[in-house]
Write a protein of this length. Sequence first.
Length: 219
Amino acid sequence: MDSKRLEMLKQIAAALAAQFGPSCEVVVHDLTAKDPEKSIVYIVNSHVTGRRIGDGPSTVVMEQILHAQENPQDHLGYLTRTPDGKILKSSTIYIRDSRGRVTAILSINYDISALLMMEGAISGLIQTSEDKGKEERITVLNVSDLLDDLIEQSVALVGKPVALMNKDDKVRAIQFLSQHGAFLITKSSDKVAKYFGISKYTLYSYIDLKQEEKHHEQN
């Protein structure tokens, strides 16, 4: 990423953190970095998530790295859960270079855990029956948790536990993982192979099998 652009983003990040206080973490991700698991180049109030410079991306950032959409829309005001249980209100802003390519992401994560506790205490007094059953989707924050979350989603997609899966089920689950960037995560293939009770050779053959099918369909 251009050094002048990085300095500008650092300035903005520092200003946002100062404006909203110690509960507000602001992160700059460099999407031009060679290693996608080390995208963080600047972070303020890192105690909110415990991450540091050189750490990896969130789910939203990983999806941008994987799919490299030409014109992604900023993702504003969504909920994020940290490994230690904090709930954050997060926003992801895509930063473009002079050619319009997304080269960086500015992420804002505000710890609203205490506010939610206050809301919970109050909502019991003011909640109506119409409000019940409404839930927000919470995004996984760290790459280390992302793989576990993706594996859970792949199993849910198939609709049966691994012990009952046949070859086609496992191919479907593993292809889901591949499409959502699971294998960009270091040593993920070892964990996935072990989880599904197959060898790494079989794992790669399942991925290749689906890629060949897709190639034949296109032809």
